[in-house]
Design a protein around this ligand. Structure first.
Ligand code: AMP
Length: 298
């Protein structure tokens, strides 16, 4: 094993403290396992900041709402360890520890405290997944307190989550820099996700329509601005391509997550989408800017 593996919070806290005492800066990469290249890319992003990374794998029960896929969520810990080992060999042993607590280590029987996310938890995914972001914020804060990293890396794939965690650190004076990391996609354009395993081969191909829809919306919106028609077009496109439900397609300002106004874009925005293919819920997003700025940036 080329990194330490801990299951207990006292162990990971002590290990992390030993790194800090040796003058090291630590980046933390929290995950729910079933690792893919998207997760590994977060560690690559971490490498720009530090030489020491701690990865966690914990499927957090309190971020799954009633009736969601907590039980079925893929658990591939042995495979995950192999993937991390291989990655570590090729990246100068940057991963120093893997933390895999179980639920009883994280939640005592009389656990009774929760982070309340006052805003932004009732829009987009929060609207459809009650309690989800409170569950995420609570577990992330616990992990932050146990590990006390200097940096934590979060994927732009879960843009609302990234936003809420950043805000939590600002609001609660948590001295950890939150680093965003870009979305990693399959060759087809499908954003990588542990939940893609729920899709059949044929569905995986269909799922890439989300990327095509986003790319087309990006093209249209960067040139002609936002309109009800263009967003309706996106929704119809997915439904015509056998998606069972489109939960939302919205354009939001990147800096504030406010709904962007209709008409020409005045600031950097994200087109955000959640849609179901069969029973599988997929989310994705894409940056969009006014054509003149976008063309300049590319
Ligand atoms: P998860 O294991 O799904 O909870 O994700 C753990 C972290 O990996 C989160 O910060 C996600 O945003 C990030 N992540 C998941 N999939 C991707 C992807 N395709 N590209 C970039 N980051 C990702």
């Amino acid at each position: 094993m080329n990194f330490e593996i801990f299951k207990e919070k006292t162990e990971i806290s002590a290990f992390s403290a030993s790194l800090r005492n040796a003058g090291k800066k630590i980046a933390f990469v929290p995950t729910m396992g079933s690792l893919h290249r998207g997760h590994l890319s977060l560690i690559e992003t971490a490498k720009k900041y530090v030489d020491d990374v701690i990865v966690s794998i914990f499927i957090n029960p309190i971020q799954f709402a009633e009736g969601e896929d907590y039980e079925e969520y893929p658990r591939t810990i042995e495979q995950d360890k192999i993937l991390l080992e291989e990655f570590n060999k090729q990246h100068d042993g940057i991963i120093k520890a893997l933390y895999t607590p179980d639920a009883t280590e994280m939640f005592s029987e009389d656990f009774m405290t929760n982070i309340l996310v006052l805003e932004y938890s009732d829009i987009l995914c929060g609207k459809l997944r009650p309690g989800h972001f409170e569950g995420v914020a609570t577990i992330v804060l616990k992990l932050f307190n146990q590990i006390k990293p200097n940096y934590a890396i979060f994927g732009e794939k879960d843009f609302q989550q990234l936003f809420i965690i950043k805000k939590m650190c600002e609001d609660l004076d948590i001295d950890i820099e939150i680093i965003p990391s870009p979305i990693i996609r399959e060759e087809s354009g499908l954003a990588m996700s542990s939940r893609n395993q729920y899709l059949s081969e044929e569905q995986q191909e269909q799922a890439a329509e989300i990327f095509r829809m986003l790319s087309s919306l990006r093209y249209q919106i960067s040139r002609s601005g936002i309109s009800t028609e263009v967003l309706m077009w996106g929704q119809e496109y997915l439904l015509e391509n056998d998606f069972t439900e489109v939960e939302y397609i919205e354009v939001r300002e990147e800096e504030t997550l406010f709904l962007a106004e209709q008409g020409e874009l005045t600031t950097k925005c994200r087109i955000m989408v959640a849609a179901k293919l069969g029973e599988t819920r997929l989310i994705d997003n894409m940056l969009v800017q006014n054509k003149s700025i976008q063309d300049h940036a590319e």
